[in-house]
Design a protein around this ligand. Sequence first.
Ligand code: GLN
Length: 207
Amino acid sequence: MLPLVGVLALQGDFLDHEAALRAQGVRTRQVRTATDLRGLDAMVLPGGESTTMLTLLDVESLWAPLGATLRSGMPVFATCAGMILLAERVENPVQRSYGLLPITVVRNGYGRQLHSGTFVLESTALPHGTTGTFIRAPRITATGPGVEVLARRNGDPVLVQKGPILAACFHPELGDNHVVVARFAAMVRAHAGQPCHTGRSAAEASA
Ligand code: GLN
C-alpha cells in the first residue's frame, strides 16, 4: 500500500499539493474533519491565508486533533500559510500557532502581491537553479536550535527542516520543478517503511 498523506483542505491551494504529491507516487486525502486524520502517514499544511485557516480550524473543532497529529512524529510539510501555523513565533501581527517549529516568521514579510514572484534559490541541498514561487510570503527572521536551513533567498532562510518537519516560505507545489515535494515524498516513504519506492505498490508490481 502506498503511503497516505493528509492535506489540510479547509482553504488554500490544497489541490495543487495533492497533484504534486500524487505525481511523486504517494496517496493523498483531503483533511476537513478529525475523522479524516485517522490512518495517515504524513500531513501537509498548504498555503492560503493563515487567519482564515485558524478560524476554520476552530469552526471544524480541528485545532486540537490536528495538533496531536502534527506532534505525533510523522513527516509534516508546511508551506507559506501552513508554515505560519507551525512557527514558534508569528509577527505582523502576532497570532496563534502550533509552535512546533522553532522559527520566527513575519507575515507578508516580502511585501504584498506586487512583490510576489518566482526567484532562484541559494542552496547546496537542491539542484542548482531551483526556483521558488513566493505569494504574499512570510519571511523567516530567526531560526532556533536544530533548524537546518536548506535554501535561502537573498540570504534569508526560505526552506527549513527540523527532524520530520519540512517548511517553505514559497510554494514548492507550483510550477514544473517539484524537487522539494520529491524530498518530502522520500521522507514519507522512509517513515512509512518503504525506502525503495518504485512508484507502484507491491500488489501492482507483482500483477
Ligand atoms: N500571507 C498569507 C498569510 O499570512 C500567506 C500567503 C500564502 O500562503 N501564499 O497567511
